[in-house]
Each structure stands twice: as C-alpha cells, then as structure tokens.
Design a protein around this ligand. Structure first.
Ligand SMILES: O=P(O)(O)OC[C@H]1O[C@H](O)[C@H](O)[C@@H](O)[C@@H]1O
Length: 537
C-alpha cells in the first residue's frame, strides 16, 4: 500500500502536519487504540469505536463460519443475496462484491419501487442479510418486516432465509431470537462507518461469493505499518487530507478510473463525510466530480498519476488505511471522528412526522409540467428555480442534490432495438436523476454532490447539517404508484420515504440553508423534465 504526494503544496502541508503528529506520538498511539487522542470528551465514544484496528486479525475467526454459511446457501440454491442495511452497514459489502463481480442486491432504501424490484428477483433463491450496528434504523427494520411477510406469503419459512448481523445488545437481536434467524454477532466496539472488515462487510460478501480471507490478508499486511512514524500510509494519507482541509482544500475529489476496485469512492464518501462533517468543519467528498481548479479541491487518484495524491493498494488495505487516515484527519481538524451528532436531527423529525395523521407536504409554490416545487423561491419556472439555487451558493460552498427515488429506475428506460452499449448508457443516463449532478456541475464552479435518499442521510447527511454551513440543497421526491405496506407498522414504505425526505428538509431549513424540494408527479416524465430544465441556463 503506497501513498505518494504529487502536489508540492499538499506535500508541504502534509509534512508539517505529520511532523506535529509524530512529535505527539500519534501513529503508535492510534495503532495501539488510544481513545484519548481526540480529547477527553471524545474518549468514551472512541473507546467503544476503535475495535476496527484489530479486525484484520480478529475477523479471521469468522472465516470458517462464513465458508459454512456460503456452502449451505449454495447447497440450498440460495444464490440471490439481498442485503438490507443503512449507513455504514452496507456500502463496504457493495464495493467488495462489485469489485469481485459477485452479485449482491443492496437495499439501503425505502423506495417502494426499488424494494418491489428486489422482491421480484425471485424469493425462491433469496437469502436476506439484515445488518445494523445500533439496530435503530427504522429502514432496516421495515425491510425485514416486508421480507418476512413476502417469504411467508410465498410459503417460505423466513427462518431458513434470514441472517442477522448485529452489534451485541442491538435491538435487532430480538427479532433474530424470537424468529429463529441465524444471528452473527458483529465484533463489539467498531460502529457502522468503520465496519468494512467486520461481519458487516464480510458476511454478505462471502455469501455472494467474494473472497473474505483475501481482504483480511490485504489489510493484515498493511497493519504493522500503521504504528510507524515514517512509511506509514495511513499517516501520510491522513496528514494530506487534514493538512489540505486546514489550508482550505476541503473538497475531496477521487479519480478511480484505473482502480481495480469498483465503487470505492462511495464507501469513502460515507466514511469521510460522516466522520469529519461536524462542528462547522469537515471534508466533503464529491463522488464523480471533476477537478475545476477552484483552489478548494484535493484530488486523490487511485493507481493513477493525475491527482494531488496517489493511492495504490488492494481493497482490504484501502479499507484499513482510509479508516486510519480519516481518524487522523479528524484529529487534525479537531473533530471527533467516531460520533454522528447531527444524524439524529432528521431521524427525530421523521419519527415526529410519522406520528401525524397525514404528512404535512404543504402547497407547491409552482407547478412546471410533471414537477411540483416546494420551498422558498421567487422563480417562475423550473429552470428559474435551478438557476436561483445555483446562484445562492456562497463562496467555498457546494450544491447537494438528494433524490428519494428508485436508484435503478433508469434501467427501465426504453432502449432502441439493436442499440450498442454506448447507446444504452446514453438512454439510461437520460432517464437517471443522478444525471442532475454532472448537468448542474456544468453550470457552476462549485462542487455538486448527489445522494440517493435515505442512503445519504446517514453519511453526507451528517456533513450537510454538522459541517460548514455553506450547502445549498435540491431535494427530489416522487409520486408512488404501487406502495408497499410495512407489516405491523401504521405506515407504508412510500410514507416512510416521504417522511424521511421531509424530516431532512426540516432539519436543513431549521439551519437556515437554502433548500427546495421538487416533487415528480410522474417519475419518468419528471426526471426527463428536470434534466431538461437543468440544461436551460
Ligand atoms: O447500522 P445502523 O444501526 O443501522 O446505523 C446506520 C448508520 O447510522 C449512522 O448514520 C452512523 O453514522 C453509521 O455509522 C451507521 O452505519
């Protein structure tokens, strides 16, 4: 694993940061799991979250159980692996499986269409992994309830299909015990964001056919370097991230085009945004963003020379080194990398909204074709709304687009017969809400981020609310055609999804951030309309 500086300014600031950290004994103290590094107030939480440093070795104990689990699933014909988990409980497995070409369906959504899509993949061959660290995520619990009912309706005993991965003492242990699900207790003292090499990352990956042992080997190889004062890739990367952010280069761009790992920036996003975005500080990962030369960017390139920092190494080592580097960057920025003080703001608001007889959606301030606009705007049409939002981004700020929609809906777009791959990709992009990010990025030199709700809410959501208050928000919601009931709960997935969006908006508006919700009364037509509006200057 190697970290190389390719920009003199970054190299200089990293060197002076590293010198200070070494003088304070940080590398050995962090590698040894010293919880007092981030100050006295942070020590109790850190003490309960530094377990990830031991995982490259400790998780080896899981391997026989994982092999047996995977063997049994294959013997039973359970090849469709579905992972229900939010925040840090799912993105590592997503990257591991995508990189290993191991098919995994990740459900970190409350979108009824996306959940129906997953259910339709064939319950006969489905094994469901339900993953939660705190066990408090309402989405995970709802998805478990939906799948339990679906299995029962299909005449399948859920106990033969559900595996629960949970922190010891988590409320998720209860349904597991009551219903006889296979329970795999996660290593204690890790927490969601740092759980890649724990049961959270490894159980679904092994079931889907990825090589969990290899990941641990890759991480174990780099582990001894992390206590060193020199030649320590975690220290080098952390000093670069922290030093650059202190110098105003706090937008993290990543070029992974040549990387053997698929989707690593998405995992880094949840780690870095959730860990550093607090107390008005933080590092904002801009996944998919291109460098604009604006002076507030740091470009990290994987296995390539075009960045300010070059990072080379296999996936298992990347996980460990980025975790260490993020903990170091938190120290440099003066934030506690292990808490998430502002996540609860929107979840509490969502909880309150769900107790009301009806969701307070309000009245649209304007309707433009299949798109309703809610919030404060003086604009007369949708292109005007977007222009106004873009103009309201302050110096050093950013635009965050968040879409509470079906992440896979674009693949339903009609593609002409005989179309080649490029034409197919064009058709999908033209139907994908995520295309808003590059389109809006063409119209501003400020970074534009994109996140699917509620997935982003537990990572960049922490940064949006806790980080520098210079974000401008465009939230996209959509009408639900075919809702899904949540058995045993008074709400449907569609209601939960909308309540989450409104809860998030509420938390942003309370902080005085410019935020507009656009609601698609027809989802496919609405996305097309929105993308067209984004192109109209
Ligand atoms: O794993 P859960 O209990 O469902 O929590 C999901 C997520 O919640 C918060 O956002 C934390 O910052 C994450 O680290 C965690 O993964």
């Amino acid at each position: 694993m190697e970290v190389t500086y390719r920009d003199q300014e970054v190299a200089d600031s990293a060197a002076s940061v590293a010198e200070r950290l070494v003088a304070e004994g940080v590398p050995a103290r962090l590698a040894g799991g010293d919880p007092t590094l981030w100050g006295e107030d942070a020590a109790p939480v850190a003490a309960a979250r530094l377990g990830w440093l031991a995982l490259p070795r400790a998780s080896r104990g899981l391997l026989p159980e994982l092999a047996a689990l995977a063997r049994r699933a294959r013997a039973d014909g359970l090849t469709n692996v579905v992972l229900a988990g939010l925040g840090g409980s799912s993105p590592a497995a997503e990257v591991i499986c995508a990189s290993a070409d191991a098919p995994l369906t990740v459900l970190d959504t409350t979108d009824p269409g996306q959940v129906r899509r997953a259910l339709a993949e064939g319950l006969d061959s489905t094994i469901l992994v339900v993953a939660g660290t705190s066990g408090a995520s309402v989405e995970t619990e709802a998805l478990l309830r939906v799948y339990e009912r679906a299995f029962l309706d299909a005449g399948i005993d859920p106990a033969t299909r559900v595996t629960v991965v949970a922190d010891p003492g988590s409320p998720l242990e209860r349904p597991a015990a009551e219903s006889g699900y296979h329970l795999i207790p996660a290593a204690p003292g890790v927490g969601g964001r740092y759980s890649a090499l724990s049961a959270f990352g490894l159980v679904p990956s092994a079931l889907a056919g990825a090589d969990a042992g290899r990941l641990l080997d890759e991480a174990a190889e780099v582990l001894p370097l992390l206590s060193k004062d020199t030649g320590n890739p975690g220290l080098d990367l952390g000093a670069a991230l922290g030093g650059a952010a202190l110098a105003g280069r706090d937008k993290l761009l990543m070029d992974d085009r040549l990387s053997a790992a698929t989707g690593l920036p998405d995992w880094i996003e949840q780690l870095v945004a959730g860990s550093t975005g607090k107390r008005g500080r933080g590092i904002l990962p801009v996944v998919g963003g291109e460098p604009r030369g604006t002076g507030d960017e740091l470009l990290v390139a994987f296995d390539a020379d075009d960045g300010d920092v070059r990072v080379d190494g296999p996936l298992g080592a990347q996980f460990l080194v980025w975790q260490y580097a993020t903990a170091v960057a938190g120290l440099v920025l003066g934030v506690d990398p292990f808490d998430e003080p502002n996540i609860a703001e929107s979840t509490a608001a969502t909880g309150r909204l769900l107790t009301l007889p009806a969701l307070p959606v309000g009245e649209p301030v304007l309707v433009d074709g299949p798109v309703e606009v809610y919030g404060h705007t003086r604009a007369k049409d949708l292109p005007g709304v977007l222009t106004e939002l873009l103009r309201s981004v302050p110096d050093g700020g950013y635009v965050a687009v968040t879409a509470y929609l079906d992440r896979l809906a674009a693949f339903d777009a009609p593609v002409a017969e005989g179309a080649d791959f490029e034409q197919m990709t064009d058709a999908w992009m033209a139907a994908d809400a995520a295309t808003l990010r590059p389109l809006l990025a063409l119209r501003t030199d400020r970074p534009v981020t994109f996140g699917w709700g509620p997935r982003f809410a537990r990572s960049t959501g922490q940064y949006h609310r806790g980080g520098p208050q210079n974000g401008v928000f465009l939230q996209v919601t959509g009408a639900v055609a075919d809702d899904v009931a949540v058995p045993g709960r008074p709400y449907t997935l569609g209601t939960l999804q909308l309540a989450q969006a409104l809860g998030d908006l509420d938390a942003l508006e309370h902080r005085g951030r410019p935020a507009v919700r656009v609601h698609l009364t027809d989802r496919a037509a609405g996305v097309a309309h929105l993308l067209a509006a984004a192109q109209e200057a």
